[in-house]
Ligand binder design. Structure first.
Ligand SMILES: C[S@@+](CC[C@H](N)C(=O)[O-])C[C@H]1O[C@@H](n2cnc3c(N)ncnc32)[C@H](O)[C@@H]1O
Length: 279
């Protein structure tokens, strides 16, 4: 029988062939904690019932699959979210969007909020949990993503979010969504030319529809969000969107022809990350 530390070292050795040393360490730690709830690497026996699972998972690691899909969960803003290949893995950068949204939502009485492109539901559910007076409509084009989002809603026992299928790029569908005090979104914003900067693991396993707008115009979501906000944002409302750090000029060009004031907020790495709009 192998000990926990032996199995852990074997996994790290395999991961080191695929990732940097630091990443391999981090992934092995996440895997042991999130899959087996093993938080301390010691010389206790590695539970034999996990041996078959880890052999299968090692094949998935070798294939480049992200650890979050292998464990089936990702930690984001105080909670674990169920994730699978139907949804983008929530990114730590997106926590800044949630932080700002919560801060503003707390100043509004019973805020009506829409989350556009909700994926796992991580943004909508995190806001709903902290601002319990909010009423959130969270939309996505993908029925599979909405199923995952609803599972997260049930698991977290959150009531003030409704998930609905809607294609935001279709005006007829956008027009029926209603009016809101706050519009939040982390939309698909990567242009195909940026594929060369992305990891193989993201390209191979995360849904294309979550990454690349289904249009030759990679800024289309920002154009449609601003257009939607012009008509559907209530008085004193606010728009908070995650942006592509390499597209600030294009964002500014789009916003400058709108009626909104705007700010671009940097993340902890000093990268432009959030677009905030208000009147
Ligand atoms: C970048 S992901 C964001 C997921 C999640 N909000 C997050 O931050 O982790 C973008 C999401 O937009 C959805 N999406 C793509 N095209 C859409 C459309 N036309 N209408 C509505 N949602 C769309 C995708 O299915 C995906 O879940």
């Amino acid at each position: 029988m192998k000990t926990i530390s032996t199995v852990y070292s074997e996994l790290k050795d395999i991961l080191r062939k695929l990732y940097s040393s630091r990443e391999a360490e981090n992934i092995a730690k996440i895997y042991f904690e999130d899959k087996y709830n093993i938080k301390s690497i010691n010389d206790n026996i590695f539970p034999p019932e996990f041996s078959k699972i880890i052999i299968e998972d090692i094949e998935r690691f070798k294939n480049g699959e992200p650890v979050q899909y292998i464990t089936g969960k990702a930690f984001f803003y105080d909670n674990f979210f169920k994730v699978d290949s139907s949804v983008l893995i929530p990114r730590p950068e997106t926590e800044l969007l949630v932080d700002l949204a919560i801060k503003y939502a707390k100043n509004i009485k019973s805020p009506g909020i829409i989350d556009i492109g909700t994926g796992s539901g991580c943004i909508a559910l995190s806001i709903a949990q902290k601002v319990t007076s909010s009423e959130i409509l969270a939309i996505d084009i993908s029925p599979a993503a909405l199923k995952t989002a609803n599972e997260n809603k049930d698991f977290l026992q959150i009531r003030n979010v409704v998930f609905t299928r809607s294609d935001f790029l279709k005006k007829s569908e956008r027009d029926g969504l209603g009016d809101f005090d706050m519009i939040v979104s982390n939309p698909p914003y990567i242009s195909p030319v940026e594929k060369k900067y992305m990891t193989d693991s993201t390209l191979k396993f995360e849904p294309d529809i979550a990454l690349f707008p289904d249009s030759s115009n990679h800024m289309i979501f920002y154009e449609k969000i601003i257009d939607f906000a012009e008509n559907n944002l209530r008085k004193n409302g606010i728009v908070i969107c995650e942006i592509n750090e390499f597209r600030v000029k294009e964002i500014k060009d789009i916003v400058s022809v709108s009626s909104f004031k705007f700010d671009i907020i940097e993340d902890m790495q000093n990268k432009p990350r959030i677009l905030k709009l208000w009147k």
